[in-house]
Write a protein that binds this ligand. Structure first.
Ligand code: DAH
Length: 345
């Protein structure tokens, strides 16, 4: 029996000395393997008499069970140890500050365009979009600016094959929008009835061969058009004054309609604004061209100038953005410098 006790003690110390599962398997083989010490003892029972076999067999089985229990305990201990090492290695420090993700934001000119759209929407204007690659007819001829008209020289642009060009202003949208509006309501006109008014703005990108601190080859414009049976210059003054005062949040803002010339309006005016206070106070600043739509343009819209009239304007959202935020170089808007752009978030 002493031998058997020593066997259990040996197994305990062999298991305790195993520091990996592989070591433990080797130690197990020494006792419980095919040629292990316990197995050999069990084999030796065969030659014994039945009574001795029974008592000795029971004792050996007790030893075997004790060794198996010790093995299972050591296995669990090793597994626990491995797990705690792994957990320690993968420790998550929830007190670390998170990594900052930079916030995006709208471009300042986009903010201006949104603002323009909101204000005109509140006055019942639709918002229309048109192509940036435009035909000569929509960009010039339909706007009463035929081939060789001197006004074309101020609109040098980028030409595309096939009689197309990058539009030099958003004014071609006057024609495009009016023609589709008239087409939609042709049955009314044919029946001698009045057509619903055209009231639209058309913001978008425009192009010219021009580049300095206040001009960029690509810039933005926003066209406005209101055509009805009795829409006059006084309506232009009301609408545009309202717009500017709302846009700049300055109810004392002064406006000046300065006589000018555009082929597609008669009379025509350039619109200047003057801030009552602030760094630009007292200076007249040009923000738009405008006028009463020329009868020939009304005709090109498919309407009879004896019955339909209205006003149009074209303003520069880039300029409005510069004035609103006090930016002095237009090119900053298009350089993509995050240090500049992030100031408008
Ligand atoms: N299209 C003109 C330009 O780019 C601006 C303009 C003037 C638009 C008068 C208008 C207008 O609608 O009535 O210089």
């Amino acid at each position: 029996m002493n031998d058997l006790n020593a066997l259990v003690v040996d197994a305990h110390s062999a298991f305790a000395a195993s520091h990996s599962l592989a070591d433990l398997e080797n130690a197990k083989a020494q006792f419980l393997g095919r040629t292990g010490r316990v197995t050999e003892l069990l084999k030796g029972l065969a030659s014994l008499s039945p009574e001795v076999k029974k008592s000795k067999g029971a004792a050996i089985n007790q030893v075997k069970q004790a060794i198996e229990t010790a093995l299972a305990q050591r296995r669990q201990a090793l597994a626990d140890e491995a797990l705690s090492i792994q957990l320690k290695a993968q420790a998550l420090d929830v007190t670390l500050p998170g990594r900052l993700r930079p916030m995006g934001g709208l471009h300042p000119v986009s903010l201006t365009l949104e603002r323009i759209e909101q204000i005109f929407d509140s006055m019942g204007f639709e918002v229309a979009q048109g192509p940036e690659i435009e035909s000569d007819w929509y960009n010039f001829t339909a706007l009463n600016t035929p081939q060789d008209h001197p006004a074309r020289s101020m609109h040098d642009t980028f030409y595309v094959e096939g009689g197309y060009l990058l539009r030099t202003h958003t004014s071609p949208m006057q024609i495009r929008y009016a023609l589709s509006h008239v087409k939609r309501h042709q049955p009314l006109l044919d029946a001698g009835q009045a057509m619903p008014e055209i009231r639209v703005i058309a913001p978008g990108r425009t192009y010219r061969v021009d580049s300095d601190a206040t001009h960029s080859p690509m810039f933005h414009q926003c066209e406005g058009l209101w055509i009805g049976q009795n829409i006059s210059f006084k309506d232009l003054k009301v609408v545009f004054t309202d717009f500017c005062r709302t846009f700049f949040e300055a109810s004392e803002l002064a406006l000046r309609f300065r006589p000018s010339f555009f082929p597609f309006t008669e009379p025509s005016a350039e619109i200047d604004i003057q801030f009552p206070s602030g760094p630009l106070a007292g200076r007249w600043l040009e923000v738009a061209g405008s006028g009463q739509v020329h009868p020939q343009v009304i005709r090109n819209m498919g309407l009879d100038p004896e019955h339909y009239m209205g006003f149009a304007f074209g303003m520069g959202p880039d300029r409005l953005t510069m004035l609103r935020y006090g930016v002095n170089d237009l090119r900053l808007f298009f350089d993509g410098d995050i240090r500049f752009l992030s100031q408008f978030r």
